[in-house]
Design a protein around this ligand. Structure first.
Ligand code: CA
Length: 520
């Protein structure tokens, strides 16, 4: 099935055939460029466009994309963890179809179709610069310049078109420099796809030297669930390893400096952290006071990393303005999933719960998307591939599981747009000890099943009466009809999405899988 092409493309084609009166014969349809700006673990709570009540940070450049385009308020991920999310974006498919389940032993099969590969085949120039994190080498890109594995924040080794290189500087800035270099050197006669993908603000949250002290030692408001005791929920929530209280390491907390700084960098680093660490040590904090201190340190560092990502977005947008490219370029900002900024006492992601399930998505598409708009429709990162293919006038392969967002971006949400969403998570027990689970998400409810050798628990959350997801309401007699309905919907989605009945071997990441030819 070939879905319909955008009218601009059709007109261009008709014009090319000489079928539109007055149009230039054989004129190439002007296909939009695509700039895909992406970060790792960037919580929507840390983007000012999303109006988090804590007002953690101002992100003027990321906000600008939404102000000049559309903000998506419920963009979900099918499997809330780094590698699987990236595989879903490239393929438009769930982990159980694209084969990338976890960060422990999955390896992306680069021979499968991806949207960059399809755009490259359609004449786009393509580049992937920054964090890749899919183990195998990138395919479908004319140029790739990636961090090996998770990458580091300072002076990173990288792999440039297969060759190992080493750079000096702050990784977010370098990824921006290399992205701009590629844009400057491109063939101006062809459209392009740039994927500029940051490591930041992933753990362990090392800010750039210029943003140390960016907040003037501000005391950040705490989330109301910082001291969540997981009462009213099951074993999965209480028996995990991702609390600020217990799981953060001295490196996470900058009580020891990162490896690999130059002596000049280390001098600036120490000048900021050492006096503060000395004060911390002499205070001998314990209990809730210690958790509070860790939360404040976490916010300082995490938000410093976000600030550098916003700087990067600003530089790229400025370049598009300066080169006269903004009008014909789709700009997307997103992240590989959401993240906990102290909610439920946590950092990290993985859960079906809102903070990790939702990811930021802002899209600017001049002439198509009305500036300053937003949508609460349930969309997902599997929708990115079909959206960008349609925007580029390319057919959408029928086995793609996502749906094109082009109608929503035009302000014409189809009446049959999805009302429910299937979620799956596999990686267990390490790291973070979050039990495998799957579930169905609607506007109002979440039904989830946690499973494994020692757990088989169903939970229901009602976002209308319990937006913080603190009460498992599955046993309330009044909820029986909604539980039955959600179970039917879950079965329907699992069938439609071809979810295997048995968890595939290796999906939890604990048994070895082939890791040859990996880009590490
Ligand atoms: Ca991530």
């Amino acid at each position: 099935m070939i879905r319909k092409l955008p009218w601009a493309c059709l007109l261009g084609w008709l014009g090319g055939m000489g079928l539109v009166p007055g149009s230039a014969p054989a004129a190439e349809p002007k296909r939009p460029n695509i700039v895909f700006l992406f970060s790792d673990d960037h919580a929507y709570q840390a983007i000012s466009a999303y109006n988090d009540p804590r007002k953690l940070i101002e992100t003027p450049s990321i906000d600008r994309i939404g102000r000049q385009g559309m903000r998506f308020d419920r963009c979900l991920v099918p499997n809330s963890i780094c590698g699987p999310s990236r595989a879903s974006i490239l393929t438009g498919k769930y982990s159980h179809i694209n084969g990338f389940y976890n960060n422990s032993n999955s390896r992306f099969d680069g021979s499968q179709p991806t949207f960059p590969k399809m755009l490259q085949g359609a004449g786009y120039q393509t580049a992937m610069i920054g964090k890749w994190h899919l183990v195998s080498e990138p395919t479908g890109f004319d140029e790739w310049h990636i961090l090996p594995g998770q990458g580091v924040y300072y002076n990173p080794p990288m792999i440039h078109n297969g060759k190992r290189v080493k750079h000096q500087g702050y990784t977010t800035d370098l990824i921006t420099d290399f992205s701009l270099d590629w844009l400057k050197a491109r063939d101006k006669s062809k459209p392009f796809l740039l994927m500029c993908q940051h490591k930041a603000p992933h753990r362990d949250w090392e800010p750039p030297l210029r943003h140390l002290g960016h907040n003037g030692d501000r005391v950040y408001p705490e989330p109301s669930t910082l001291f969540d005791n997981y009462e009213g929920r099951g074993k999965a929530e209480s028996d995990q390893q991702m609390t600020i209280a217990e799981t953060m390491t001295p490196g996470d907390l900058k009580l020891v400096p990162p490896n690999g700084l130059t002596s000049e960098q280390k001098k600036t680093w120490d000048a900021y952290y050492e006096p503060r660490n000395a004060a911390f040590r002499s205070a001998k904090l314990e209990g809730p006071d210690l958790v509070r201190w860790k939360y404040q340190r976490y916010m300082h560092d995490y938000l410093g990393c976000v600030k550098a990502v916003d700087d990067s977005v600003g530089r790229i947008l400025q370049f598009l303005d300066d080169e006269g490219l903004a009008e014909n370029t789709i700009v997307v900002y997103s992240s590989d999933q959401g993240f906990y900024l102290g909610e439920h006492g946590w950092f990290d992601k993985r859960w079906i719960f809102e903070e990790s399930l939702r990811t930021p998505l802002l899209v600017r598409w001049p002439g198509v998307t009305k500036p300053g708009t937003s949508t609460a429709q349930i969309v997902a990162n599997i929708d990115f591939a079909p959206t960008l293919l349609e925007a580029a006038g390319q057919p959408i392969p029928p086995d793609i599981q996502g749906k094109s967002l082009v109608p929503i971006l035009k302000g014409e949400t189809p009446a049959d747009w999805r009302k429910s969403f299937y979620y799956e998570y596999y990686e267990y027990p390490q790291p973070h000890h979050v039990r495998p689970h799957y579930g169905v998400v609607t506007e109002r409810y979440k039904l989830v099943r946690f499973y494994g050798s020692d757990v088989d628990e169903w939970e229901l959350f009602d976002l209308k009466t319990d937006p913080q997801e603190l009460r498992n309401a599955i046993n309330a007699p009044a909820n029986a009809p909604v539980v039955a309905e959600l179970k039917r919907e879950l079965t329907r989605l699992r069938t439609e999405l071809k979810v295997p009945d048995q968890i595939p071997e290796g999906a939890t990441g604990q048994s070895p899988a082939p890791r040859s030819k990996q880009a590490r």
